[in-house]
Design a protein around this ligand. Structure first.
Ligand SMILES: NC(=O)c1ccc[n+]([C@@H]2O[C@H](COP(=O)([O-])OP(=O)(O)OC[C@H]3O[C@@H](n4cnc5c(N)ncnc54)[C@H](O)[C@@H]3O)[C@@H](O)[C@H]2O)c1
Ligand SMILES: O=C(O)[C@H](O)COP(=O)(O)O
Length: 392
């Protein structure tokens, strides 16, 4: 029986992927094989020794200590693209909220009491809530991955001119992107030209505080900056300075913070970019399927720290081995298996940065001694046996 410990609200459709016969799934579960999470912060958590995998039902993995997971051989999965449409649609709402004074206009209407002469009052006051249109304006998209590419294409569909910046765009994302999106060589040029800028990059050491006084020094006063990526990418004090000095128009953010609350130029939402039924289902289903294939077959798809790898099962007994990616480990592994007279039927080895991962299908169950020998190889991080073998 595999044990999945859940954090946050995970869609039932995803939870139902786990069969009752083979899986126990609950929020309070000792000795879990895997965590299934959304934005739960794991940096300060000591992981149980039984933990083999973490499934993030979403895109951003800044809440997971990836380096520690590599050291401990824990595979971290996410759900790339599964919530991209939900975010794209909220960006559209954000662009409209930033260009038309919808929020202030609605607050004004809510402040009114029933009265005679309501119509003339509305007609008199509506000039306070006039705005501008999106058509013909320039949209700058920073990060052209799953979400950014959808946002860029949406901008074109709205009749906007779209410019984009992504120094590490993937081939898949580049295929998705319309050739009408103009590629920018640097962020300063993008920030200098755009009327709307939408951020769709991960928070990393290199992107923390990226939107700073420097970048905001050359923007248009009409600028609406949209942040549905992560709060840490933007220096809030620089935003407040730019708004207070009239150097930009609005900041629309999915990441409220104490220093941005109640600023009239900042429109904030409570991190709801991915909070649609569809996105929650897509993410939970994708990650649940990935976790099951990993726990049952050792295959890895959409990991953010391990190589992606899949080998069709050729025998009932499969061993997976994670090791540090240095020379001669594979030789030692196959030598130990041969010394114990076990036939390898099929195997696959893949590496990613400092990690290597092996899937080995065997003709018979490995013995206790052979497993001890494999685990004692200095560079081996973990060894799993998948199949109904009995051990002491
Ligand atoms: N508000 C929400 O609820 C919500 C929902 C989903 C994702 N997100 C955030 O949005 C981010 C992007 O999501 P995604 O699904 O598009 O991810 P993705 O991995 O598909 O795309 C991210 C893109 O950013 C690019 N990038 C990296 N560093 C960059 C830099 N310095 N400048 C410009 N581009 C850079 C990458 O090359 C990649 O193409 C996530 O990391 C997450 O933090 C927020
Ligand atoms: O990175 C993501 O996928 C989003 O920030 C969504 O986070 P959530 O799953 O907590 O809504």
């Amino acid at each position: 029986m595999y044990k999945i410990r859940t954090y946050n609200t995970i869609s039932v459709k995803g939870l139902n992927r786990f069969s009752r016969e083979d899986y126990e799934v609950a929020s309070e579960l000792p000795h879990p094989d895997a965590f299934l999470i959304r934005s739960q912060k794991l940096h300060d958590m000591e992981f149980p020794e039984t933990l083999k995998a973490i499934g993030r039902a979403g895109a951003g993995v800044n809440n997971v200590p990836l380096e520690r997971c590599i050291e401990q051989g824990i595979v971290v999965f996410n759900a790339p693209g599964a919530n991209a449409n939900a975010v794209k649609e909220l960006v559209l709402a954000g662009m409209l909220l930033g260009s038309r004074d919808i929020y202030a206009g609605m607050k004004f209407v809510e402040s009114l009491d029933q009265q005679d002469g309501l119509d003339p009052l509305l007609e008199k006051e509506k000039k306070r809530f006039a705005g501008t249109e999106l058509i013909g304006k320039t949209l700058g998209v920073v990060g052209l991955g799953n979400i950014g590419s959808l946002v860029a294409n949406m901008g074109l569909a709205l009749g906007m001119k779209v410019i984009g910046y992504d120094p590490a765009i993937s081939v898949e994302a580049a295929w998705r992107l319309s050739s009408d999106v103009e590629k920018m060589d640097n962020l300063n040029s993008l920030f200098g030209r755009a009327d709307y800028i939408s951020l769709h990059l991960p928070v990393l050491d290199a992107t923390r505080g990226l939107v700073s006084d420097n970048l905001l020094s050359g923007v248009k006063p009409s600028l609406v900056l949209l942040n549905f990526a992560r709060g840490e990418i933007v220096d809030n004090s620089a935003i407040v300075r730019a708004l207070d000095d009239g150097r930009m128009h609005r900041y629309v953010s999915d990441f409220p913070a104490n220093d941005t609350l109640r600023h009239p130029g900042i429109l904030q939402m409570p991190h709801i970019g991915a909070s649609t039924g569809e996105a929650e289902e897509n993410c939970a289903i994708m990650v649940a399927d990935q976790l099951m294939d990993f726990l049952e077959n050792g295959n890895i798809a959409n990991s953010v720290n391990f190589p992606n790898i899949a080998l069709p099962r050729t025998t009932p007994v499969r061993v997976t081995i994670t090791n540090r990616n240095v020379p001669k480990v594979l030789n030692q592994i196959t030598a130990i298996i041969a010394e114990h007279d076990i036939n390898i039927v099929d195997m696959l080895n893949k590496s990613r940065a400092d990690l290597a991962y092996n899937i080995i299908d065997l003709e018979a169950c490995p013995t206790d001694d052979s497993l001890d020998a494999l685990r004692s190889i200095e560079e081996v991080i973990n060894v799993r046996v998948l199949g109904s073998c009995q051990y002491r």
